[in-house]
Ligand binder design. Structure first.
Ligand SMILES: *[C@@H]1O[C@H](CO)[C@@H](O)[C@H](O)[C@H]1NC(C)=O
Ligand SMILES: *[C@@H]1O[C@H](CO)[C@@H](O)[C@H](O)[C@H]1NC(C)=O
Ligand SMILES: *[C@@H]1O[C@H](CO)[C@@H](O)[C@H](O)[C@H]1NC(C)=O
Ligand SMILES: *[C@@H]1O[C@H](CO)[C@@H](O)[C@H](O)[C@H]1NC(C)=O
Ligand SMILES: *[C@@H]1O[C@H](CO)[C@@H](O)[C@H](O)[C@H]1NC(C)=O
Length: 778
């Protein structure tokens, strides 16, 4: 404190003394005065002699806890003994004074002293908060005001807060309002719109300054949090996404991840992706879009052949209260994979094909297609296997299936023509198509007989109308080309032999004709062999005659045993066994005088005559053949016994005596039987051998019995002329050749006991014409 100030204090103290007789002293002192600073001279102001101060025991008393002042007893000066803090002694008051007392003794005297404490700017403005935060939306417009906290200063008056300052920034200014009891306040004024995306937090410093001589200040950090507004639109990383995806991509495969960003924060930047449906194209049929991640996955079956590219619109939308959205285009190109086999289609099929079709005749038109593109769709086509067909290329993928070789329906009536088409993809795919080509019949086959000559064996006496054989021809063609009719070609030529030791045969020709256009025909020669039947009785030869007329022979009474009596001769018109005769004495029964040679027919005596014997012996001789049933003839001879040999007719007396010998005739007959039988057997065996591999069992059934029961030799009957006529009846399709012997005997009742008609159920016979062969005479 300077001298001038010190002088000023004195003047005030003097004025106080003068003004009142009461002993009250008033001083003033600046707070925070140094210790020892003299406040005033009490002795002088109380008019006390300094010399007595000590003796009067001057002391300073106060009710304060601190002893702010003390007095110098030598000089009477009141001085600061303790630091005085105005703000501590009287906070929040403008006037501040300390009241103390000066006490004297001898005599006791008390003087009140009031020391005004003067303020000194010893306190800085202070903010209560450490820092201050403000949330300001970036959408706020300039001019908006925000009240700021105030600073406090313990000092008073001009030493208290006088003004505020704001740190340098581009967004805010400070509006300071002074005045009023409570000093100054400050407001932030928005000068320029905030941008969270540029600067999300602003740090400002607010400084409060007091009005003291040497001004003091305090600061506060102000944090301005810029609150996000949905002021940014999402932005796709690309405006056009292009991807290439192989077709047949597995479902669920991620093909692309969309990426849109939003500079905002929170929900304002949370993006949800979606497809935009445009027109009737709905991409969500084929693809899935994860709305959160933006991943697009395959959902349907991608088929290049169906759709080779997709143009999809996608949207990204933020989730702010007033959402903003962005769009992008997505081009998905589908890459072809060789997943389609070629398709073979037959556009027209000309089937059946005639078996005489020439090479190059078109059978079918074939078109090959492949849905794939590029090499995957290039196809090659060919016929598999060895068939008389080939493919002829017309245009790029059009082919004709043409005949490439001779066709023969009789060998192959149906072809399964296999066509393969292979594309050039890798790996290549191929497909197969089978075209069934029917070959239609052309009358290119004449009817065929099993063999050029057919031998037919006919028993004589066969009944009229009985079927003796069936001939048939076979035509490998079809339908009317194989529908056969039969006719007899020429007159029957009889090959009759009059030699009774040979077979009787005749032959004729049958022609089989099919119904094709033009018709084809072929001939067969039918050889008919007639077999003997036992249909003739033995005939007694002269001089004897058949039963009924009386023949007689005489023998002498003296005849020895074995005497030749007579010889019976007979012939049989049949042949073979049917003509082999045997002789028996049928009467009288129990005859013991005569016997007859069974094969010779010679009647001889068995013993000498006796007187007891009759003079006349009537004999009946039975001549029977070996046929079955056997036929016979009888002859009666009366043998008369005479006394002298002269009476005896002697025609046959000199016949050789040899008993049971064969007659010449019978011997020849037997030789003939044996030789012809052997020849016949051989020819039959060879015939059977030729036929036995055939399936025509009916014929062998028919012929087999002939071997065993007809080892026949000859025709012994002597019919002069034989006439045959053949009647031919075309009886629908099923026909047989039938030979009618003109006789009343029933052929089926012959001893074979089976009909000679061939089994009509034999399938081959149904193709035969029925021919009735009538034998006119026998
Ligand atoms: C500012 O916002 C934050 C959250 O955003 C909140 O915690 C804080 O209390 C807010 N401050 C004021 C002063 O509103
Ligand atoms: C999206 O793109 C931004 C930059 O373009 C990148 O930083 C971010 O990682 C991407 N997000 C995804 C999920 O790929
Ligand atoms: C019949 O066809 C076969 C193949 O199908 C062939 O091998 C044979 O030679 C043909 N026969 C005739 C006679 O054409
Ligand atoms: C042709 O194909 C048909 C049907 O698959 C079959 O029934 C027939 O036997 C085949 N023919 C030939 C000759 O392969
Ligand atoms: C069949 O016989 C007839 C008459 O004898 C003859 O004209 C024809 O040429 C013969 N046919 C055959 C194929 O031999």
């Amino acid at each position: 404190m300077g001298n001038e100030e010190y002088a000023w204090i004195h003047i005030v103290a003097l004025l106080c003394l003068c003004d009142s007789s009461a002993s009250q002293l008033s001083y003033s002192i600046s707070e925070e005065a140094n210790k020892g600073t003299v406040v005033g001279n009490i002795a002088k102001d109380l008019h006390l002699n300094v010399q007595y101060l000590e003796t009067r025991d001057l002391s300073i008393v106060s009710s304060y806890s601190k002893k702010y002042f003390d007095v110098n007893l030598r000089t009477g000066n009141l001085f600061v003994d303790e630091r005085i803090d105005r703000e501590e002694i009287c906070p929040n008051t403008a006037q501040c004074s300390l009241r103390i007392q000066a006490v004297l003794s001898n005599p006791m005297n008390v003087h009140r002293i009031e020391v005004s404490v003067l303020d000194v700017n010893d306190n800085s403005p202070e903010f209560i908060e450490q820092s201050y935060s403000l949330n300001i939306s970036e959408s706020m417009s300039p001019g908006e005001r925000y009240l700021l906290p105030i600073a406090v200063d313990a000092d008073i008056g001009s030493n208290s807060v006088k003004t505020y300052k704001l740190s340098q920034n581009e967004y805010f200014s400070l509006d300071v309002q002074s005045g009023g009891e409570h000093g100054v306040s400050a407001e932030l004024v928005l000068q320029k719109a905030l941008d969270r995306e540029k600067q999300p937090v602003l740090k400002l410093i607010l400084t409060a300054v007091d009005g003291g001589n040497s001004a003091r200040s305090g600061t506060l950090q102000i944090n301005v949090n810029v609150i996000d507004a949905n002021d940014n639109t999402p932005i796709f990383s690309k405006s056009l996404y292009k991807i290439r995806v192989r077709e047949n991509m597995a479902q669920g495969t991620v093909i692309i991840k969309l990426n849109a960003t939003d500079l905002d924060e929170g929900m304002n930047s949370k993006i949800l992706y979606s497809f935009i449906k445009r027109g009737n194209i709905d991409p969500s049929n084929m693809f899935d879009l994860n709305s959160e991640t933006g991943e697009i996955t395959v959902k349907g079956t991608l088929d290049y052949e169906e759709t080779s590219a997709y143009e999809v619109r996608v949207q990204a939308m933020d989730q702010g209260t007033s959402p903003r959205s962005a769009h992008a285009k997505l081009l998905i190109e589908i890459i072809d994979v060789n997943d389609n086999a070629p398709e073979i289609s037959v556009t027209s099929l000309m089937t059946p094909v005639k078996e005489d079709a020439e090479q190059g005749t078109i059978v079918a038109l074939v078109t090959v297609s492949d849905k794939d593109g590029g090499n995957n769709g290039v196809t090659n086509c060919k016929v598999v296997g060895s068939v008389p067909f080939k493919l002829k290329s017309n245009y790029k993928n059009d082919y004709s299936l043409v005949v490439d070789g001779p066709l023969d329906r009789e060998n192959t009536s149906l072809y399964n023509v296999t066509i393969t088409a292979t594309d050039e993809g890798s790996p290549p795919l191929s497909s197969i198509r089978v075209i069934t080509v029917h070959v239609s019949d052309v009358n290119d086959n004449a009817p065929r007989f099993m063999e050029p000559v057919i031998h037919v064996y006919v028993k004589e006496n066969s009944a009229i109308g009985s079927v003796i054989s069936t001939i048939h021809a076979f035509d490998p063609d079809l339908d009317s080309n194989a529908k056969l009719t039969y006719k007899l070609l020429d007159n029957i030529v009889s090959l009759q032999s009059f030699n009774y030791e040979e077979l009787k045969t005749f032959q004729f020709k049958v022609q089989a004709t099919d119904s094709g256009v033009p018709p084809l025909s072929s001939n067969v020669t039918v050889n008919v062999l007639i077999l003997d039947e036992n249909d003739n009785n033995p005939t007694i030869l002269a001089p004897y005659s058949e039963h009924g007329s009386v023949n007689s022979e005489s023998i002498p009474y003296s005849a020895e045993a074995g005497y030749f009596v007579a010889k019976i001769r007979a012939v049989d018109a049949d042949s073979g066994y049917n003509a082999l005769l045997s002789y028996h004495l049928s009467e009288p029964k129990g005859n013991n005088l005569f016997r007859i040679g069974t094969s010779t027919g010679e009647i001889r005596t068995k013993r000498r005559m006796s007187d007891n014997d009759l003079k006349t012996h009537p004999l009946v001789v039975l001549v029977s053949d070996n046929g079955e049933p056997s036929l016979s003839a009888t002859v009666s001879i009366d043998v008369v016994v005479v006394e002298s040999t002269a009476d005896i007719q002697t025609q046959f007396r000199h016949v050789p005596i040899k008993e049971e010998s064969f007659s010449d005739l019978n011997l020849y007959l037997l030789i003939a039987i044996v030789s012809v039988s052997v020849i016949f057997l051989l020819s039959l065996i060879s015939l059977i051998a030729v036929r036995c591999h055939r399936t025509d069992g009916s014929f062998s059934r028919y012929s087999a019995p002939m071997i065993t029961t007809h080892p026949d030799g000859s025709w012994s009957y002597s019919k002069s002329t034989q006439q045959y006529d053949v009647c031919f009846s075309s009886d629908t399709l099923k026909s047989d050749v039938v030979v009618f012997p003109r006789t009343n005997s029933d052929f089926t009742q012959q001893r074979q006991g089976r009909p000679s008609v061939l089994n009509a159920s034999s399938p081959q016979l149904y193709f035969c014409g029925r021919t009735y062969l009538r034998i006119n005479d026998r």
